[in-house]
Design a protein around this ligand. Structure first.
Ligand SMILES: Nc1ncnc2c1ncn2[C@@H]1O[C@H](COP(=O)(O)OP(=O)(O)O)[C@@H](O)[C@H]1O
Ligand SMILES: [Mg+2]
Length: 224
C-alpha cells in the first residue's frame, strides 16, 4: 500500500458545460513514503490538477484517491482539513506568501489558521528557518526576500507543519540556475534526512534528474 494511491482518477472542470475539460483523464499512480518524484508534461497536461487532487484542494470527478490507505472521498471535513493543513505542504512558483508580513509570520501561517499557534511552534519555526538557510531573517517582510529565499519560506512552513509530503508546483520556474541548484539540494536533503515524500512539477530537466523517478503526463494521462 502506497502513501498516495490514485486509481483511474478523472477530474473534469465546468461539468455539463460545452467547455468541459478532462484535466485528468484516468490516471493511476502509487507513491511510496520517502519517494522523490518529478512530474513533467506539456502545459495544460494536468500537472497542477494532479497536485491539487493530492493536496485535497480539488475533488475527483470519478476514480479513487487513497491517502495512507484511506479513501479521501469518504473522509470527514476535519480529516481533509488535516490533509491540507498538516500533512501536506504546498510550494508554488508564485510563492503564495503574504508579502507584507514577516518571514516568521508566513512560516507560522498554517498554525495560525488552524488555531494551533503556540510559543513552542514559534520557536520550532525559527529552528526550521535556520535549517533551510533563513537564519536571521525572521522579521524581514516576505516581500523583501529574493526568489530563492521565498521558496525556502514555503519549505520552512512545510517543515514547521511537520508535513509528510511536499508538493511543489514548478518551484524553480522563477529562479536562476544557481538558485535552482541550491533549492534542489535543499529538497534532496530534506527527502534523505527527514524522509519526506516530495513531488515536483517541473519543465526543467535538471530538476527532474535530481529525482528518483519521473512521471510524464500528456492530456491528463501518465504515459511513462
Ligand atoms: N479551475 C479550472 N477551471 C476550468 N478548467 C481548468 C481549471 N484548472 C485547469 N483547467 C484546465 O484543465 C487542464 C489542465 O490544467 P492544469 O492542471 O493547470 O495543467 P498544467 O499544470 O499541466 O499546465 C487545462 O486544459 C486547463 O485549462
Ligand atoms: Mg500547472
Amino acid at each position: 500500500m502506497g502513501l498516495i494511491e490514485l486509481k483511474d482518477a478523472v477530474k473534469k472542470y465546468d461539468i455539463g458545460k460545452e467547455t468541459e475539460v478532462a484535466a485528468l483523464a484516468g490516471t493511476s499512480l502509487t507513491i511510496e513514503k520517502g519517494e522523490m518524484i518529478a512530474i513533467t508534461g506539456p502545459s495544460g497536461s494536468g500537472k497542477t490538477t494532479l497536485l491539487k487532487i493530492i493536496a485535497g484542494i480539488e475533488k475527483l470527478s470519478s476514480g479513487q484517491y487513497c491517502w495512507n490507505g484511506q479513501d479521501v472521498e469518504t473522509m470527514k471535513e476535519k480529516e481533509t482539513c488535516r490533509l491540507r493543513n498538516t500533512d501536506i505542504g504546498f510550494i508554488s512558483q508564485d510563492y503564495s506568501l503574504l508579502e507584507e508580513e514577516s518571514t516568521l509570520f508566513n512560516v507560522c501561517l498554517p498554525q495560525m489558521i488552524g488555531g494551533r499557534h503556540t510559543k513552542e511552534n514559534r520557536s520550532n519555526a525559527m529552528k526550521v528557518m535556520d535549517e533551510v538557510g533563513l537564519m536571521g531573517l525572521y522579521r524581514k517582510p516576505a516581500g523583501k526576500l529574493s526568489g530563492g529565499q521565498k521558496q525556502r519560506v514555503a519549505i520552512a512552513r512545510a517543515l514547521n507543519m511537520n508535513a509528510q509530503v511536499i508538493l511543489a508546483d514548478e518551484p524553480t520556474g522563477a529562479l536562476d540556475r544557481e538558485n535552482t541548484i541550491l533549492l534542489m539540494e535543499l529538497l534532496q536533503k530534506i527527502n534523505r534526512e527527514k524522509g519526506l515524500t516530495i513531488l515536483i512539477v517541473t519543465h526543467d530537466p535538471l530538476v527532474a534528474e535530481v529525482c528518483m523517478k519521473e512521471y510524464h503526463l500528456v492530456d491528463g494521462k501518465i504515459i511513462c
